[in-house]
Design a protein around this ligand. Structure first.
Ligand SMILES: NC(=O)c1ccc[n+]([C@@H]2O[C@H](COP(=O)([O-])OP(=O)(O)OC[C@H]3O[C@@H](n4cnc5c(N)ncnc54)[C@H](OP(=O)(O)O)[C@@H]3O)[C@@H](O)[C@H]2O)c1
Length: 259
C-alpha cells in the first residue's frame, strides 16, 4: 500500500518522521508532497521507500491513503486539486483544526496530532492524537487511521466537533501553553537569584517531567500530591493560595477565547 502526505510543515514532518522511524509500517511507498520542494528534497536519498514531489496530483494518482497536513485555509484548495485524480477507494485524512466539511463518498477522518509526539527513539509513543471520523468512513478505514497513529501516540476518538475542539486544546495547544508558562516563570525566578535563565528553566522542566510521571502513573492523585508538598502556612501553601485565586479566571478566559 502507498501512503501520501501532503504538506511537510510542523505536522507533516512529525507524521512522516514517525512513519519512517517505525520502519514504514510495511508501506510499499511513502509519497511526501510539499509546495516548496527544497524542504523535502533531502528525504529522497535517505530511503528507497520515499518519493518526494511538489505535485499533489502525483500523490493522488499513486496513493490509496492520503494525509493532508497543510494549513486549514489551504485544505479546500488541495482537496479540489486532487479530487479529479483520486481512485474511487482512496481514503483521505486531514489534520486541520477548526474545519467541518464533507468530501466524497469515502468520507473524511480528521486527526489532530500534537507536537508532543515528536519522534524520540527512547520514548517512541507519546502525546495524544485526537481523531474524529465522519459517518461515511468505513470500519476498515477507521482502523487504519487509529492503528497508524497508535503506533507513535496515544489516541482519543471523539464523535462530535465540540469534543474535538476541547480535546484539541488539551492535547495539541497545551504544549505551547506549557512552554510559555515555564518560560515566563523561569524569567521571573532568574530576576531574583544568581542562577541563569537556562538553569532555572532546566529545573522547572525536569520538575514538570517528574511530576507528570507521578500523576500519569497514578502514583498520587493531584490532591494527594498537593498534600505531600504543602504544609500549613508553608511557602507552597502560600503559592497554592495565589494560584487558586487567579488560575480559574485565566483558564475560563482561555477557553472562552478558543471556542
Ligand atoms: N502545529 C501544530 O502543533 C498542530 C497540531 C495539530 C494540528 N495542526 C494543524 O495541522 C495543519 C498543519 O499545521 P502545521 O503547523 O504543520 O503548518 P505549517 O508548518 O505551516 O505547514 C504547512 C505545510 O503545508 C505546505 N503547503 C501549503 N500549501 C500546500 C499545497 N497547496 N500543496 C502542498 N503543500 C502545501 C507548506 O509548504 P511550504 O513549505 O511551501 O510553506 C508547509 O510545509 C494545520 O491545519 C493546523 O491547524 C497543527
Amino acid at each position: 500500500m502507498n501512503l501520501g502526505i501532503i504538506g511537510y510543515g510542523n505536522i507533516g514532518e512529525l507524521i512522516s518522521q514517525n512513519i519512517i522511524n517505525h520502519d514504514f509500517y510495511n508501506l510499499n511507498k511513502l509519497y511526501i508532497a510539499n509546495r516548496t520542494l527544497s524542504k523535502i528534497n533531502h528525504l529522497k536519498d535517505t530511503d528507497p521507500h520515499i518519493s518526494v514531489t511538489d505535485d499533489n496530483t502525483e500523490v493522488a494518482r499513486n496513493c490509496e491513503k492520503i494525509i493532508i497536513s497543510v494549513k486549514t485555509s489551504d485544505l479546500i484548495n488541495v482537496l479540489e486539486q486532487i479530487k479529479p485524480h483520486l481512485n474511487k477507494d482512496t481514503q483521505i485524512i486531514h489534520t486541520c483544526a477548526g474545519i467541518d466539511l464533507k468530501f466524497e463518498d469515502n468520507g473524511l477522518s480528521c486527526v489532530i496530532p500534537t507536537i508532543s509526539s515528536t519522534y524520540d527513539k527512547n520514548n517512541p509513543k507519546k502525546g495524544v492524537s485526537i481523531i474524529m471520523h465522519d459517518e461515511n468512513v468505513s470500519a476498515e478505514n477507521k482502523d487504519f487511521v487509529e492503528d497508524l497513529f497508535s503506533k507513535f501516540s496515544h489516541i482519543k476518538v471523539v464523535d462530535n466537533t465540540l469534543d474535538l475542539e476541547i480535546a484539541t486544546i488539551a492535547a495539541s495547544c497545551m504544549p505551547a501553553f506549557i512552554a510559555l508558562s515555564l518560560d515566563l516563570f523561569a524569567n521571573k525566578l532568574e530576576e531574583r537569584c544568581n542562577l541563569s535563565k537556562e538553569e532555572t528553566f532546566k529545573i522547572l522542566a525536569e520538575t514538570l517531567n517528574s511530576t507528570t510521571y507521578i500523576l500519569n502513573e497514578d502514583i498520587y492523585s493531584p490532591d494527594e500530591l498537593i498534600n505531600k508538598v504543602a504544609t500549613k502556612n508553608g511557602i507552597t501553601q502560600k503559592g497554592l493560595d495565589v494560584l487558586d485565586e487567579d488560575l480559574p479566571a485565566i483558564y475560563k478566559r482561555l477557553i472562552c477565547n478558543l471556542l
